[in-house]
Design a binder for this molecule. Structure first.
Ligand code: GCW
Length: 664
């Protein structure tokens, strides 16, 4: 039957090779578990579902191992170390999955299934694994009426109108998918938050979701509307230092925990893009966060406070805003507060330098916010595998404690000994049958989870693994598909924002509009970002310009501040470059831009060819779907190329270099 994408990477296809099947079958005659928790039961059930399907036989779940047979034993013991880690061991001919928490057993079970789905020798599954980051979360930007901000895969998964009476079985599949990659938290509503989620109408709905997620080790969180004491509570103010306001939040928090006893905490967007916040009352982000932290502390809840802030000031550089507002507050946040920072200083662009906040708040746990949904990367139409983008940021060296002070080591807490660690992905899921709209965008959800667990994994390894679980185990086709995936982000950058350009959109963030020069805010125009003029192109962020580079350590600054030596991918992020200036590539700026704008679409033709070559081993429905999207992607790559080239040519006044044809 045609695959509709619903089963994601949990397909559990029957293993075609009889020898492999027979060898696994010998090892898996039973699944033994004491089964004294929902999570353990779900681990056993998942193993049973997976093995039954892969081996084509019925494997019983039993309380104690069956003598004279070989099977899987799920046990809890402290040997696997603290946290969510697990160990897979062979004891005699039994496969034993051990963890100190039941969630760890669940993660170990999924790890074993992942291993078997790749048809690898059982002995090779032996080992131990622990997540490097404690809170591995999805952030859903879902609204109370079912829409999703920046969602491109249908409407919300949460059927608010049906909840709590009707609990869609799909919520369980959502939880399984997350647990299979180690995700242990989910914020179910938009950071542009409706206060409605805190009402007696909505809390039971959220509780019903939490009831499903909990059985897969996932905690539920809510985004809150900072002005709720006023809008919901009828108070005169939402000032975080006002005793009535503090009491209101304390009471509301108690009410939430009565409904959801293991509630995770609050995610907050405050004084950002028009959202209310403590600054409305002359208070700081720390004042706001600490008020909520106090309310949550008795229940071990956390506050995740976003650092995505910038002001409508034409003279300022938006790049510098988060650092300027937050770095001075370092050390002023309560113990159960995490400050969540987007990977780059502007906004989820196809390529950004890492945010200068990373490394500069040693006394405040900083969490990472990546965006899985492709707001700036072609929605669900363009194929962009994001692991290379995530990894580029995680591997970036901040030099704050000397060489090797990577962003990854900041957010995993090892550099500054953070007591709390957190990584979030803005979800790309929706009600589409295949979850993510573009079938290949499932890989971004998958890669996020795998990197949240272990940021040392390579994008290559994750691409291959995902492809094997999801599309085919045919090795030459796995290689061909991973090859597309690994190049896809750079291809997108080439036709969209090469050489460090950014934000050529307004409005919906889909169509090219680099000429856009009018908006209610100067920093919501396109020209604010690229600064094209008759002299050249790019945003001078060196000492002669906004001096945003000052926010980085000297080693980083030195790598980027000299236009001659600045790596080309970051060039226009930091420099205004004359059109005729020769770059390290040997071409001048104009010719290099044209080169990238033209090779981008050509590379999409390469993607099409490469994809056509794997037709035989990919499910026909999926293959056709992706082929169609690649045709669209090509047409739109041309659209991007022509829009940029024709617009920039009005400044550069230079001809399109050979061998490229005129746009159009
Ligand atoms: O990327 C921008 C988006 C907004 C979003 C905001 C944010 C949720 O365009 O839609 O709002 O960032 O991250 O808060």
């Amino acid at each position: 039957t045609a695959d509709d994408g619903y089963r994601l990477w949990l397909k559990y296809e029957r293993i075609p090779n009889a020898t492999v099947r027979a060898s696994y079958s010998k090892s898996f005659s039973f699944i033994a578990t004491s089964g004294n928790s929902d999570i353990l039961n779900n681990a056993a059930k998942e193993l049973q579902t997976g093995l039954n399907a892969m081996l084509g036989r019925q494997i019983p779940i039993v309380k104690t191992p069956v003598s004279n047979q070989h099977g899987i034993i799920l046990t809890m013991s402290a040997i696997a170390g603290p946290g969510d880690g697990y160990a897979i061991q062979m004891q005699g001919a039994n496969t034993v999955i051990t963890a100190s928490k039941d969630a760890g057993v669940l993660y170990g079970s999924f790890a074993l299934l992942r291993h078997l789905q790749q048809h690898l020798p059982l002995e090779k599954a032996v080992g131990q694994s622990s997540p490097k980051i404690q809170l591995r979360m999805l952030n859903h930007w879902d609204n109370p009426e079912g829409t999703i901000e920046r969602g491109y895969a249908g409407s919300s998964l949460w059927k608010w109108y049906e909840l709590p009476e009707t609990v869609d079985p799909r919520y369980t599949d959502y939880a399984r998918a997350n647990a299979s990659i180690g995700i242990n938290g989910t914020v179910v509503n938009n950071v542009n938050a409706s206060a409605r989620f805190l009402t007696a109408e909505y809390l039971p709905k959220v509780a019903a979701l939490a009831g499903v997620f909990r059985k897969y080790g996932i905690k539920t969180y809510l985004s809150i509307h900072f002005a709720a004491p006023k809008t919901l509570g009828g108070l005169k103010t939402s000032d975080p230092l006002d005793p009535e306001v503090r009491k209101w939040w304390a009471e509301k928090t108690k009410e939430i925990y009565r409904t959801i006893p293991d509630f995770g905490g609050f995610l907050v967007k405050a004084n950002s893009e028009g959202e209310p916040g403590p600054q409305d009352y002359g208070r700081t982000h720390a004042d706001g966060a600490n008020m909520l932290a106090e309310a949550l502390a008795p229940f071990n809840g956390v506050v995740i406070w976003r650092a995505f802030v910038y002001k409508a000031d034409p003279a300022a550089d938006r790049f510098k805003a988060a650092y300027e507002e937050f770095a001075p507050l370092d050390g002023k946040f309560a113990k159960n507060v995490i400050v969540q920072v987007k990977n780059g200083p502007i906004d989820f662009q196809p390529r950004e330098p890492f945010s200068p906040l990373f490394g500069n708040m040693p006394g405040t746990p900083l969490g990472m916010e990546f965006q899985l949904t492709q707001e700036y990367m072609g929605f669900a139409t363009h194929w962009v595998y994001e692991a290379p983008l995530f990894k580029e940021c995680l591997d970036a060296d901040t030099y704050v404690n000397g060489k090797g002070s990577t962003v990854a080591r900041i957010i995993d807490g090892s550099l500054h000994q953070y007591p709390l660690t957190c990584i979030a992905g803005v979800a790309n899921t929706g009600s589409d049958r295949n979850w993510t709209g573009h079938p290949m965008a499932q890989a971004n959800w998958y890669a996020f989870g795998r990197l949240a667990w272990d940021h040392t994994l390579s994008p290559e390894a994750i691409a291959q693994e995902w492809t094997q679980l999801t599309l085919t185990t045919e090795s030459k086709d796995v290689a061909a598909i991973s090859d597309i995936m690994l190049r896809s982000r750079e291809i997108y950058v080439n036709y969209n924002t090469p050489l460090g350009l950014s934000r050529p959109w307004t409005g919906s963030h889909y169509a090219p509009e680099p000429w856009q020069n009018r908006s209610s805010r100067p920093d919501w125009t396109a020209i604010y970002y690229h600064r094209a003029d008759t002299l050249g192109l790019g945003f001078d962020r060196t000492a002669t310009g906004s001096n945003a580079l000052q926010q980085y350590r000297p080693e980083v600054r030195r790598a980027w501040e000299n236009a001659e030596t600045c790596p080309l991918p970051y060039l226009l992020w930091f420099h205004h470059i004359p059109w005729a200036q020769k770059l390290s590539s040997g071409r001048n700026l104009w010719d290099e831009l044209c080169h990238r704008f033209y090779t981008g679409p050509d590379s999409v033709l390469w993607m099409q060819k490469q994809w056509a070559g794997v037709r035989a081993s990919v499910d026909p429905a999926t293959h056709t779907d992706v082929s169609g999207r690649l045709v669209k992607q090509y047409n739109e790559a041309l659209w991007w190329r022509d829009a940029w080239v024709l617009y920039l040519q009005t400044f550069s006044r230079k001809p399109i270099p050979a061998p490229y044809p005129k746009p159009g």
